[in-house]
Design a protein around this ligand. Structure first.
Ligand SMILES: NC(=O)C1=CN([C@@H]2O[C@H](COP(=O)(O)OP(=O)(O)OC[C@H]3O[C@@H](n4cnc5c(N)ncnc54)[C@H](OP(=O)(O)O)[C@@H]3O)[C@@H](O)[C@H]2O)C=CC1
Ligand SMILES: O=C1O[C@H](COP(=O)(O)O)[C@@H](O)[C@H](O)[C@H]1O
Length: 469
């Protein structure tokens, strides 16, 4: 496969007993087995205290939590599982992994463990010779800022060749995100419309009605900007604004995505509003008096021929009124050159909504005459109605597990397009750099609301659209 490298015939899964593995990775691996993907051996790595039988039962529960389980498929999946116990402070203990993979041709090590363990785990793998004929895959977050991301990359690439390091951003595994590019490139109507000549502004939503749930400790150290904006939403936006790559080969797609990110202007604190939902500080693991943001809204510009001057208003957060990932394109109003267009100047603008989640599709909101013209011509805004035409893309509406299925397949094949490249990560940190760790307190907002009203000032019409119901 292009952009891939060697195909792994064994997966070494660090953190197999953890939250991410239970919610996403194990169910995704089960589905890959069900779909006939040749996974090879799966060596779960844990600090111990479990038997292989425990692990299989744990995997069964994780898979069952995501839907019906086929016993025969599960038996095949469970048959691939092995268990290795390690002590992360004792590199010699990594020999337990060596024993499980001795006969394998190429390894994929997947680190689903706390990020502060990535570098020393890579070192221990190298000390055990497990960096030979091997790929290293790390989960997000990749660093806390540009400097720490570069420092982490330097430590990882001392142990593994740079071309065998992969950094997960599961939004790049989402069908609907990947399809943004195809959708535009394949449709002249859309491609021609998505241009500064026609677009007044773009709003990008990554909002969730859920709160931080049981992840208070993790979230309080991270915040909304680092959790979803620096990575998922900027990568999604890059997929939206990028030009069509020369070919569909992974290296061309990755390079074009980076080119797009390089054109993102660094955001200044004036173009940023952060909020915190009321009650957040009562969450277990959250520091008393925490100023971590659970909401982030920002305005950025993309300095390309296509997008120059168009404001991109990004909004993300938890504890909000709805859960949706959506790009709302606000089109310019007609030039008021005639009586008719002057009369509709105050009517709402046309919108193109690219819905990514929960249901993928496109909704177009247009204006049309709302009834027969009266006998006396008196064109006014009252003669115009908003109409919406929606097309659903059910084939692109996948669960998060589906996204992880694609990510885990790419972990095995190495396909670079479904990962964040180091260049892309650097650009994303650059873009949000001035916004990280600001001292001012976040603006409180009510749980279940649309977030702080103050954020409206970031949009040209002082108004955020509501993602399509
Ligand atoms: N949970 C989520 O929804 C998401 C998580 N991620 C990322 O995935 C990775 C794993 O996250 P998550 O599963 O939530 O993490 P967990 O806190 O659940 O930890 C995962 C596993 O790592 C092992 N572990 C825990 N602490 C340590 C430690 N100090 N040193 C070494 N191993 C340790 C434990 O396994 P054992 O005791 O068996 O050794 C644990 O089950 C992180 O990088 C996270 O940022 C990314 C996106 C979403
Ligand atoms: O990585 C993360 O992403 C999820 C949102 O992803 P989705 O696939 O569920 O839309 C977010 O809830 C979580 O806080 C973050 O760590």
């Amino acid at each position: 496969m292009d952009g891939a490298g060697a195909r792994a015939d064994a997966l070494v899964l660090f953190g197999i007993t953890g939250d991410l593995a239970a919610k996403m990775v194990l169910p995704a691996l089960y589905r890959l087995v069900r779909d006939g993907f040749p996974l090879g051996r799966i060596v779960g790595v844990s600090r111990g205290g479990r038997t292989l039988d425990d692990l299989r039962q744990h995997a069964r529960k994780a898979v069952e939590a995501q839907g019906p389980v086929d016993d025969a498929v599960f038996a095949e999946f469970a048959g691939l599982l092995r268990l290795a116990a390690v002590d992360y402070d004792d590199p010699d203990s990594f020999q337990s992994i060596v024993a499980e993979v001795a006969d394998r041709r190429f390894l994929a090590h997947y680190l689903a463990i706390p990020p502060d363990r990535y570098a020393e785990t890579a070192q221990a793998l190298a000390a055990a010779g497990l960096n030979e004929r091997a790929r290293l895959v790390v989960e997000k977050p990749f660093g806390r800022d540009l400097a720490s991301a570069r420092a982490l990359e330097a430590r990882l690439t001392r142990c593994f060749p740079a071309e065998e390091v992969r950094r997960v951003d599961h939004f790049l595994g989402k069908d609907a995100v990947e399809s943004l590019l195809t959708f535009r490139a394949a449709n002249t109507l859309i491609d021609r419309t998505l241009h500064r000549d026609a677009v007044r502004s773009v709003q990008v939503f990554g909002i969730e009605d859920l709160d931080v749930e049981g992840r208070g400790g993790f979230y309080d150290d991270t915040g909304c900007l680092r959790d979803v904006v620096q990575n998922h939403l900027l990568q999604t936006l890059a997929m939206f604004v990028m030009e069509t790559p020369e070919t569909n080969a992974a290296e061309d797609v990755v390079a074009e995505r980076v080119r797009a990110l390089r054109a993102f202007r660094t955001v200044t604190p004036e173009d940023y509003v952060r909020g915190q939902y009321e009650g957040y500080r009562d969450t277990e693991g959250v520091r008393p008096g925490s100023t971590t943001e659970t909401y982030a809204a920002l305005r950025l510009f993309v300095d390309t021929e296509r997008w120059a001057g168009v404001p991109f208003c990004v909004q993300a957060g938890k504890g909000l009124a709805a859960t949706a990932t959506e790009i709302v394109v606000e089109l310019r109003s007609p030039v008021p050159a005639s009586r008719l267009t002057r009369a509709v100047a105050d009517a709402p603008p046309d919108l193109l909504r690219l819905r990514l989640e929960p249901d993928a599709g496109v909704t177009v909101q247009l204006l049309a005459a709302h009834g027969p013209w009266p006998a006396l011509p008196a064109p006014s805004a009252e003669l115009v109605d908003g109409v919406a035409a929606a097309a659903d893309f059910p084939h692109l509406t996948g669960s998060n597990v589906t996204a992880y299925e694609r990510v885990m397949a790419a972990v095995m094949t190495g396909d670079t397009r479904r990962f964040a490249s180091m260049r892309a990560i650097e650009e994303c940190w650059r873009v949000v750099g001035p916004l990280l760790d600001l001292p001012d307190p976040p603006i409180p907002y009510r749980k279940g609301s649309d977030g702080p009203a103050e954020a409206a000032r970031l949009t040209p019409g002082r108004h955020w659209y509501t993602p399509a119901p």
